[in-house]
Ligand binder design. Structure first.
Ligand code: CA
Length: 452
C-alpha cells in the first residue's frame, strides 16, 4: 500500500458540515476552540507530522535496500521552519548530511537577496550583457553555426553565474523538505540533490525555475536551440529519493508566451524533475507536473554509459497535465510507470508523453491518457534508439489500447520495431488499480497540499 492515503471527499464534507453546525450553534464572537465530544473523527491525515514520515517498505524503487527515511531522525536542533530564501539556504547548510527536517511555510522566493529583497534579471545582469546585443552578435546568418564566444557570451555567463548563486540550492543526504500545511511554495529555485542519499521532498509546490540568461546553442536539432539552465528539481548522483505530493510547473512564466529568437522558442525553463548521472532508487508519487515543455528526463546522454544498471525509478499516481514532452524520457533506466494520469489539452503544443530511448526498460501499467481528437495513440510514444517497452492496461480517451503494436504499425519502415520484453518485472509497488480508477484518484489526490 502507498504511504499516502487520499483524503476522501465524503469525509472532508462530513467534517466541514460538522464544523459549520458547531459554528452555527455558537453565540456571535465565540470561537470553536475545542471540538465538542460529538464531533466526528478528525479528517484523515490531520495532525500528521509529515516531516517524520518515511517511505513505506514496498513503495517503489526508493524502498529498495535501506529504504528512504530522509531527515525523519533529525534531533530538535535540526527541525527548521523556513519563510524566505536565506532561512532555507541556512537550513540546507550547503548540502550537509546531518539529518534535518525543513518545513517551508508560505511562499519562498529564491530570487531574493539575503535581506529578502526581490532580485530580477536586471539585478543579475553584469559585464554589459544585453539581449539585443547578444542576438546581434550571434545571429545565425552572420555568426554561423559555431558555439557563441566573445564579450556578449562572456557577459551572459557571468550574469548567469550570479543568478545561479541565488537559485541553485543544494540538498544533502538525510534531508526531508516538506510544505507546512497547504499553500507552501518554493518559486524560482532549482533544488539540486547532488551526490546525496536518502532525501524526501513532499507536499510542496515548486514553481518557475526561470532562467534570465538562456544560451544559444547553434545546430542542436538542425536549426539550433535556446537552452535554459534550471530544473525545478534535479537529482544528480542521488540515491534513495522519494518525491511525493509535489506540484511542479512554470506557473507565472509559461514558455509558450516567450518570443522566438532566431526562429526558435526562447525557452526559460529546463526540466521539472530531471534524474541523471548515476541517480538510482527513486520513487515519484502523487505529484503533478504541469504547464511545462520538457517535464522529466531520466538519463541525459547516450554517452553516459555509467548509468547502466542505475536510474531505477518508480512513477505512480502522478498527473502530467499540459506537458509538451518527456513524461518521462528514459535512457538506461528500469522505470516502473503505473497508475499515472496524462492530460493533453486542446490547443496546446504536444509532442509525445513516454520517450523510449537508449537501453531504457520501461514497464508501463494501467496509465490513463485524455487527449484532444487530433492526437493519435501512436503519438503517446516516441523512440530514440529504444528497443523495448512493456505495457498493459493503457486507457486512451476511455478505450483500452495496446501501445506497442499500434506504435510499431504507425512507424513501420522508419526504425526498428519496439519489442515488449524488457527483461524485468517490478517487485516493489503498492496496489495497482485500473487506469480508470487511478485517474479518478489522481485527479482528486495528486499534488501539493493534498498529503494530509
Ligand atoms: Ca535538465
Amino acid at each position: 500500500m502507498t504511504a499516502s492515503p487520499l483524503r476522501r471527499p465524503a469525509r472532508r464534507t462530513a467534517a466541514a458540515l460538522a464544523l459549520l453546525l458547531v459554528c452555527l450553534a455558537l453565540p456571535p464572537g465565540a470561537e470553536a476552540a475545542t471540538p465538542p465530544a460529538t464531533s466526528p473523527a478528525p479528517v484523515p491525515g490531520s495532525g500528521r507530522d509529515l516531516g517524520r514520515e518515511v517511505l513505506a517498505t514496498d513503495d517503489g524503487w526508493a524502498a529498495e535496500g535501506a529504504g528512504t527515511t530522509g531527515g525523519s531522525t533529525a534531533d530538535a536542533a535540526h527541525v527548521f521552519t523556513v519563510r524566505n530564501r536565506a532561512q532555507l539556504a541556512a537550513a540546507l547548510d550547503g548540502g550537509s548530511s546531518v539529518p534535518k527536517i525543513i518545513r517551508v511555510a508560505g511562499t519562498v522566493d529564491a530570487n531574493t537577496d539575503d535581506r529578502g529583497r526581490r532580485l530580477d534579471c536586471a539585478d543579475y545582469a553584469t559585464g554589459g550583457y544585453d539581449l539585443d546585443a547578444y542576438l546581434a552578435a550571434y545571429h545565425p546568418r552572420t555568426w554561423g553555426g559555431t558555439k557563441p564566444t566573445g564579450p556578449q557570451e562572456d557577459a551572459r555567463k557571468a550574469s548567469a553565474a550570479r543568478q545561479a548563486e541565488r537559485v541553485e540550492l543544494r540538498v544533502g543526504s538525510n534531508t526531508t523538505i516538506v510544505g507546512a500545511g497547504r499553500g507552501a511554495v518554493l518559486t524560482g529555485a532549482s533544488l539540486q540533490v547532488k551526490d546525496a542519499d536518502n532525501v524526501i521532498v513532499r507536499n510542496l509546490e515548486l514553481r518557475d525555475a526561470y532562467d534570465c540568461f538562456p544560451v544559444w546553442q547553434p545546430n542542436t536539432g538542425g536549426l539550433g536551440d535556446w537552452k535554459a539552465a534550471y530544473d525545478t528539481l534535479w537529482l544528480r548522483g542521488a540515491t534513495h529519493v522519494w518525491i511525493d505530493h509535489v506540484t511542479a510547473s512554470d506557473k507565472g512564466h509559461p514558455d509558450d508566451r516567450e518570443p522566438t529568437h532566431f526562429g526558435r522558442n526562447y525557452l526559460r525553463h529546463d526540466g521539472l524533475l530531471d534524474i541523471t548521472n548515476g541517480s538510482d532508487l527513486v520513487t515519484v508519487s502523487w505529484s503533478r507536473f504541469t504547464d511545462h515543455d520538457k517535464a522529466m528526463l531520466i538519463g541525459n546522454a547516450d554517452t553516459v554509459t555509467t548509468d547502466r544498471g542505475k536510474l531505477r525509478v518508480t512513477l505512480h499516481h502522478n498527473e502530467f497535465d499540459s506537458v509538451v514532452q518527456r513524461a518521462p524520457r528514459v535512457r538506461f533506466g528500469q522505470v516502473h510507470l503505473y497508475n499515472n494520469r496524462y492530460v493533453v489539452p486542446d490547443g496546446g503544443d504536444y509532442r509525445y508523453s513516454i520517450g523510449v530511448a537508449t537501453e531504457s526498460r520501461i514497464v508501463a501499467e494501467n496509465n490513463s491518457f485524455t487527449t484532444p481528437g487530433h492526437v493519435e495513440v501512436a503519438d503517446l510514444l516516441k523512440s530514440w534508439n529504444g528497443s523495448a517497452l512493456s505495457q498493459r492496461g493503457t486507457e486512451f480517451n476511455g478505450f483500452p489500447v495496446d501501445l506497442v503494436p499500434i506504435y510499431n504499425a504507425y512507424n513501420s519502415g522508419s526504425e526498428t520495431d519496439l519489442a515488449t520484453d524488457v527483461g524485468w518485472t517490478p517487485a516493489l509497488h503498492g496496489r495497482i488499480d485500473s487506469a480508470e480508477r487511478a485517474a479518478a484518484d489522481v485527479a482528486r489526490g495528486a499534488g501539493a497540499g493534498r498529503a494530509g
